[in-house]
Design a protein around this ligand. Structure first.
Ligand code: HEM
Length: 275
């Protein structure tokens, strides 16, 4: 049975990566979406109007992922963060953030697998996604390490402030912008600090790449804009009139995303060896 699952997993992943590459090519061949029209009609956030933000209440379930928590805080996912189907997660992430359908299947399927549930019929609470060393890992930019705090469901304002302070870029209208080197530097500092302060600290290439991938969404989907990242990372709330900065018709593919993730991760190694 185990070997059959592994073979099935191999073919599913091969299919996802081929599909993703097909979407990457289609994005090159088709015109981009117009700014102001990225979130599809009939989805929350269409016309730059987001459902009301309500901060989580005692007993609500929240994850180590700021962006998924924001979906619950705005009622795009259930406000209590509970009993969500993996299929619903796929749809809501695609509609809200304009990630490609390949990514939106891959990550929820990966999550269903590490929770030992079926992607097709299974359900989860947001807090379950924070299983340590599945996707959640040490040295995050917005959370203290799992060994140091009881709950990964809330951002650490001090860490978020440290990250936002790293921004050295400027938009054409002069507002602050987080760049690839800024993010690499923030990750370097965070890893060095976590290694020093957390006795239970662990690190692997796999989790470093996951860390760079998670945080690279700040540069792609959020275009590095500090004005949009501040409410998202501090309060897990969409800025007024926000929409994804990725305008590709078939969404942000993993193939394209790697063009940001890899330079961010390579930058971390270089900076880390200088420190
Ligand atoms: C598709 C389903 C998704 C799942 C299952 C998921 C899961 C996670 C988990 C478990 C973490 C914690 C990682 C850590 O320890 O740092 C995380 C962090 C994060 N994720 Fe997600 N996520 C998803 C989608 C997204 C999307 C669509 C975005 C952006 C639009 C996003 C952006 C982030 C960011 C910025 C972090 C914080 C990284 C940090 O603190 O260093 N995630 N995610």
């Amino acid at each position: 049975m185990g070997i059959l699952n592994k073979i099935a997993g191999f073919f599913i992943n091969a299919f996802i990566f081929a599909w993703d590459f097909g979407l990457f090519i289609l994005n090159i061949l088709t015109p981009s979406l117009k700014p102001g029209h990225v979130v599809p009609a009939h989805a929350a956030g269409h016309n730059l109007t987001w459902p009301e933000y309500v901060a989580p209440k005692e007993g609500d379930s929240r994850s180590a992922c700021p962006m998924l928590n924001a979906l619950a805080n705005h009622g795009i996912l259930p406000r209590d963060g509970k009993n969500i189907s993996f299929k619903e997660l796929n749809t809501k992430v695609r509609q809200t953030f304009n990630f490609a359908p390949s990514f939106c299947f891959f990550v929820p399927k990966f999550s269903a697998d590490f929770l030992n549930r079926s992607y097709w019929t299974g359900r989860f609470d947001l807090a379950e996604l924070s299983l340590h060393n599945a996707i959640e890992h040490d040295a995050s930019l917005t959370r203290q390490d799992a060994a140091l705090v009881p709950d990964q469901g809330k951002p650490d304002p001090g860490l978020v402030e440290d990250l936002l302070k790293e921004a050295t870029g400027k938009t054409s209208d002069g507002s602050p912008l987080l760049t690839i080197p800024d993010l690499s530097r923030a990750l370097s500092k965070r890893r060095i600090d976590a290694r020093r302060t957390n006795k239970a600290y662990t690190e692997s290439l796999f989790h470093n790449i996951f860390g760079s991938s998670n945080s690279s969404t700040m540069l792609t989907i959020f275009g590095g804009r500090i004005t949009d990242l501040t409410p998202m990372l501090m309060e897990e709330r969409f800025a007024e009139n926000w929409e994804p900065r990725v305008l590709s018709r078939f969404g942000l593919t993993m193939a394209k995303f790697n063009g940001t993730v890899l330079p961010v991760e390579f930058g971390v190694k270089k900076n880390a060896s200088k420190n």
